[in-house]
Each structure stands twice: as C-alpha cells, then as structure tokens.
Write a protein that binds this ligand. Structure first.
Ligand SMILES: Nc1ncnc2c1ncn2[C@@H]1O[C@H](COP(=O)(O)OP(=O)(O)OP(=O)(O)O)[C@@H](O)[C@H]1O
Length: 290
C-alpha cells in the first residue's frame, strides 16, 4: 500500500491555496496539523477525488487515481468535515443507507453495520434517532460509515471537533484499534490529538508542507528555542506583545512565562524542553486553538 501525493497545487481563481505538495504514505496513522485555512480540507478533497487539483498527481499503488476512480473509491473511506446526518434516521438505518449508496450487498451490509456500530460503541443506541445522539456519538457514527467498505485508506477531516476529553480518548483508542495495515490520515488543529494518535505528523502551513516527521523529531527542530522566564506583573503586557508565549502561570516569585524565541529573552531565562504545542505556536503564532 502506497499513497503518493506528487506536486499537488490548487488555485481558487487567482489564489493559490496549495503549493506544490509532495509526500508518500505507507500504512500508519498520520496527523495533518495546520491552523484554520491552511489547506487541509482542500488537500483531502483532492486526495479523495472530489476536487480537481490545478497541478500534480495522486497515485495509489503507483496508479493515477483518476485513471480508475471507481476502483480507488472502493478502497477509500472518508469522513468529511461538514458531514451531514439525517436526524430522523436511526444509526442503523443511516448505516444501511450509506451501504446501499456504496452498492454493498444487502445481507452483507446488515452484518457489517451491526459489527461496525459495535466497534464504535453505538450498539445500544443503534435503533435511536440520530437527533438524540451527542456530538461524540455522531462523530463515531461518521467514522463507522467511513469504514463500511473496509477501506485501505481512511481519511478523517477534523474528526475530533466538538468532542469532550473523554470522547477524545475513546476516539484515539478506536483509531488505534482499526489502523493496522491501513493508511489513516486525520486532520486537526488540536495538537494533543495528533500527538497521541499519529505515528507521523505532517505540518501544513499556508498551503505549504512545512515539515514532516514523528513528534519527537519535529519537536527537536525547536530545541533551544523554548524558555522559562519569571517576570514581575507590570512587565507582563510588554512580554506578551514581544514574544510568542505558550503558557503563563502565577508563581511564588512572579509570573512564570513559557516563551518561544530564538534569542534569550531575558537574563534570567532558562531553557526548557520543547513540546509539540510549542512547535505549533512557533509555526502558527497566535492562531492556536484548543
Ligand atoms: N471553494 C473555494 N473558493 C475559494 N476559496 C476557497 C474555497 N475553499 C477553500 N478556500 C480557501 O482555501 C484556503 C484553504 O481552505 P481549507 O478549507 O482547505 O483549509 P483548512 O485547513 O481545512 O481550514 P479549516 O480548518 O478552517 O477547515 C482558505 O483560505 C479558504 O478560504
């Protein structure tokens, strides 16, 4: 299994939103990390063949996906960001409906839907209407429908949006349980999600692939740039205006700031170990959201 993204660019009118993106993916879990508007959804839609690129090729197992789109679709599962559910359908009916759309044999579909709903923990609510589901339940249903054809490639666009911390943990476990021998790509702007789930992280910044690697490799690129500084409260505004601050808390001797800066910010600054969250702030400045 090999998914190759080769020199993909995308323009909307005259605006370039993806710039010459290239990467290859083997089975594993990949996190596409980027702030809002960095091009994650656009890239996913191109990979899934629902949006045409302006330049470049997407290949699966060495074949251009456009040569035989039906064959590619049959090995692909996709959870779009704006996925719409039918509120008056039950979870089971919805799954059967998606199975029918995908042309899956009726008897097989029933068995598969029951299995998947169990896998995502919706077994006991499968006959309830979706309008009664929580946000987390709907997301899990979205993941289940994306897996209905037992895909080799699973693409999840912002699958953790709106999930509470408990649901997030459940989601992570779910991904690890079915990711074996599959290419799973999920996008997020929530650092901790990819930090825990992804084998590798791809950082997309303003339509460019900024970096790629395992979390520790990426974090090591800002080794030496993260500082802890204690400042008097009167100095706080000045520091906030001048530096990227990834954390602030009250300490016994003043306000303790975690600062990301190539230069030593103050005489009393001391180095601390960088984290993926620091890296995110380094790339995306004030755009971080949690
Ligand atoms: N149909 C469109 N026409 C014009 N511009 C578009 C269109 N779709 C997206 N864009 C622009 O392309 C850029 C990338 O958008 P995209 O939705 O791919 O980013 P994203 O990283 O998925 O962001 P988000 O997390 O907010 O969904 C943005 O500047 C967006 O405004």
């Amino acid at each position: 299994m090999l998914l190759e993204i080769e020199n993909i660019s995308k323009k909307y009118d005259d605006t370039v939103v993806l710039h010459d993106i290239s990467f290859c993916l083997k089975p594993g879990v990949y996190g596409l990390l980027g702030s809002n508007g960095s091009g994650k959804t656009t890239l996913f839609r191109i990979i899934c063949g629902v949006l045409k690129q302006s330049a470049g090729t997407v290949k699966y197992n060495h074949d251009d996906i456009q040569t035989n789109p039906d064959a590619f679709r049959s090995v692909l599962g996709f959870l779009p960001q704006d996925f719409s559910y039918y509120p008056n359908f039950t979870g089971m009916k919805f799954m059967l409906y998606i199975a029918a759309l995908k042309g899956i044999n009726k008897n097989f579909a029933k068995k598969r839907c029951v299995e998947l709903l169990k896998l995502v923990g919706l077994d006991d609510v499968k006959n309830k209407k979706i309008k009664k589901y929580s946000g987390g339940m709907k997301q899990r249903l979205g993941i289940a429908q994306a897996m209905i054809n037992d895909p080799e490639i699973l693409i999840l666009d912002e699958p953790t949006v709106g999930l509470d911390p408990k649901e997030r943990v459940r989601f992570r476990n779910l991904i690890s349980s079915f990711s074996e021998n599959k290419i799973v790509i999920l996008s997020t702007h929530i650092v901790s999600d990819v930090e825990y789930i992804a084998d590798e992280i791809l950082v997309l910044n303003q339509g460019k692939l900024e970096n790629r690697g395992v979390s520790s490799e990426l974090v090591s690129t800002i080794q030496g740039y993260v500082w802890e500084v204690i400042v008097e409260p009167v100095k706080l505004d000045e520091m906030l205006a001048k530096y990227i601050i990834s954390n602030q808390k009250h300490g016994e001797k003043g306000i303790v700031l975690r600062i990301i800066s190539k230069e030593k910010p103050t005489d009393n600054a001391r180095h601390v170990q960088p984290t993926l969250e620091d890296l995110y702030l380094y790339y995306f400045r004030g755009e971080a959201e949690q």
